[in-house]
Ligand binder design. Structure first.
Ligand SMILES: [Ca+2]
Ligand SMILES: [Ca+2]
Length: 573
């Protein structure tokens, strides 16, 4: 009741005032002149909102009676809850952040007849130059506005995930208070478990890698009534109390500490019969990138496969796992969380701490150190009575390639066979094995591991180090070898007068030319046989050298006999 009485009184006073003083502009309500209107107005102030604003209060004659700027902090207050003079409560409604207005308030909507202490005389018209900086409502939650959505999103941030992101942090009026970009370091943190201010804990949920969003939060979900001055070293400015915060966030990385590796985009060759196991040695190509697509490394750029044992700790744990069960020729994408990669520290300049790594791998070949030559008969010989054995002189054709199909060499290109004596170390061990017990006309597919081929070094320009080789061979002819160790054998009984038959000029000495002529005649007449596949004159020279005990270039009868009594030599007569 008392209140209404006052109201009536007040009105009558106003009428009297207006009549007596006749102000130049009659002012029975507030007047608002907008001096700056921002292009965008995300929200206008409503009754019940909380605002932060700056103001300069003056009398109509320009005399300043108050200023928030002088106090160095905004005026913070609820609107429409009679915490302000009535005129200001009215003037603030509908204002936008960054809007500036000159508000003129008649005394009846300000301090009326009473004035305010020594500061405001009775019946004062007040002018306020108001700049609105912030508005929020106690009902507000986190507001999320996604402005870029990546084309692919296989996973969204969940509670307890660990994320890496960049952000610009601003107040609602756009004032930048902090930026991870200027620090050139992502912000790395767990989400949803209290490591962050509540607004960020909520605002990051559901986000995809590559997504960009604005996260706006009221102070209750930010730094509250007192703001934050503790980060003075890192923040550009202190965050004032009761400030709304806007974070412009781009998510770069996402994983959960419970994650294992994931294998995707598998392309498995139809011909796969063998899958890698722990202990295998693998040669593969890869492109490595971070989860946001930032490239960090490629074996292709080095033009060299990455070669390693798998499952034995030679590579990061995630790769050790991701390369198991894989086929030669297979392609797959292996996504590795940091705890199975380079951890919180990262490595080098390109892999940041806590980074998830994505490897697109292509397996060129693999083998196990225990592998032997793998022989597959692709065409059987029509009749196969004699099989190749050590010492045989064989002629064969081959096509050689790597496991990925890269051609190395082919005898078909030269139009002539490759000829070797089996067991004489004229080819790599794997090829010796691959040509054994084979019949003329037979074709074989050979897979030869590097330890039975060209080893870790390979052949410059032709065979990469540690490469598995593929040979398709065709046996064209076989000349049977001599018994093991022999370079010459008699086909029939040896003449008892061997020495004198050799000593053509009968001077009791066998000269090299007599020796060579004699042996060659025996061979030509079919009485004796030299080991096939070798230079006959070199064999004969060796035989002579063996008989010529004292090395004087002639063989005496004594030397001849002495040698014949020994059984150790294989080149004897
Ligand atoms: Ca002689
Ligand atoms: Ca001699």
């Amino acid at each position: 009741m008392i209140k209404s009485v006052q109201w009536v009184l007040f009105l009558s006073v106003l009428v009297a005032f207006a009549a007596c003083n006749a102000p130049p502009v009659p002012l029975d309500d507030i007047s608002i002149e907008k001096t700056f209107v921002p292009e965008q107005c995300v929200r206008a102030v409503k009754v019940g909102d909380y605002v932060r604003y700056h103001y300069i209060g003056t009398f109509p004659d320009g005399k300043k009676f108050d200023s928030s700027y002088d106090r160095g902090s905004t005026y913070n207050v609820y609107v429409g809850k009679k915490q302000l003079i009535e005129g200001m409560d009215k003037a603030l409604v509908g204002m936008c952040v960054n809007e500036r207005s000159l508000v003129k308030i008649p005394p009846q909507l300000a301090y009326g007849k009473k004035g305010y202490g020594d500061l405001i005389p009775p019946d004062s018209i007040l002018h306020f130059d108001v700049l609105l900086l912030d508005v929020w409502n106690p009902e507000d939650g986190v507001q999320i506005k996604t402005y870029h959505t990546p084309s692919v999103c296989t996973r969204k941030v969940e509670v307890s995930d660990y994320v890496r992101y960049h952000y610009n942090g601003t107040l609602l009026d756009g004032t930048l208070f902090d930026s991870s970009h200027t620090r050139m370091r992502t912000y790395d943190t767990y989400v949803g478990i209290g490591w962050l201010i509540a607004g960020m804990d909520q605002g990051l949920l559901g986000m995809c890698v590559g997504e960009r969003r604005f996260i706006t939060m009221p102070p209750s979900l930010g730094y509250g009534e007192n703001g934050d001055g503790e980060h003075h070293d890192t923040y550009l400015i202190d965050i004032p109390g009761q400030a709304s915060l806007v974070f412009d966030v781009v998510l770069l990385d996402l994983h959960n500490p419970r994650d294992g590796i994931t294998v995707t985009n598998q392309i498995v060759p139809d011909s796969c019969t063998r899958k890698s196991v722990s202990g295998d040695f693998i040669r593969y190509h890869y492109n490595g990138s971070l989860l946001d697509g930032t490239f960090f490394d490629s074996s292709y750029s080095r033009n060299h496969t990455y070669d390693t044992y798998v499952g034995l700790g030679y590579v990061i744990a995630g790769m050790d796992q991701g390369l198991i069960g894989i086929c030669v020729g297979e392609k797959r994408t292996i996504t590795i969380p940091p705890h199975l990669a380079y951890g919180e520290e990262g490595t080098g300049s390109k892999i940041p701490g806590s980074a998830v790594l994505v490897f697109d791998v292509h397996i060129i070949d693999f083998h196990n150190p225990s592998d032997i030559t793998e022989i597959t008969v692709t065409k059987k010989a029509e009749d196969c009575e004699k099989k190749t054995k050590k010492g045989d002189f064989v002629k064969y054709h081959y096509n050689a390639s790597l496991m990925d199909g890269t051609a190395i060499d082919s005898t078909y290109n030269y139009g002539k066979t490759y000829n070797i004596v089996l067991g004489a170390n004229q080819v790599v061990p794997g090829m010796e094995t691959g040509l054994m017990d084979m019949c003329v006309g037979e074709k074989r597919h050979l897979i030869i591991p590097p330890h039975l081929a060209y080893g870790e070094r390979g052949v410059t320009g032709e065979v990469p180090g540690s490469a598995v080789l593929v040979f398709d061979v065709e046996l064209i002819s076989v000349e049977e070898g001599l018994p093991e160790g022999y370079m010459f054998i008699w086909n029939e009984d040896v003449s008892p007068d061997l020495f004198s038959e050799m000593d053509k000029d009968n001077n009791k000495l066998v000269e090299p030319s007599e020796f060579t002529d004699y042996i060659m005649r025996q061979v030509n007449e079919g009485k004796g046989r030299l080991a096939p596949g070798f230079d006959p004159y070199r064999i004969i020279d060796n035989m002579f050298f063996n008989q010529d005990r004292n090395g004087d270039g002639k063989i005496t009868e004594a030397e001849f006999k002495l040698k014949a009594d020994e059984s150790a030599s294989h080149d004897e007569l």
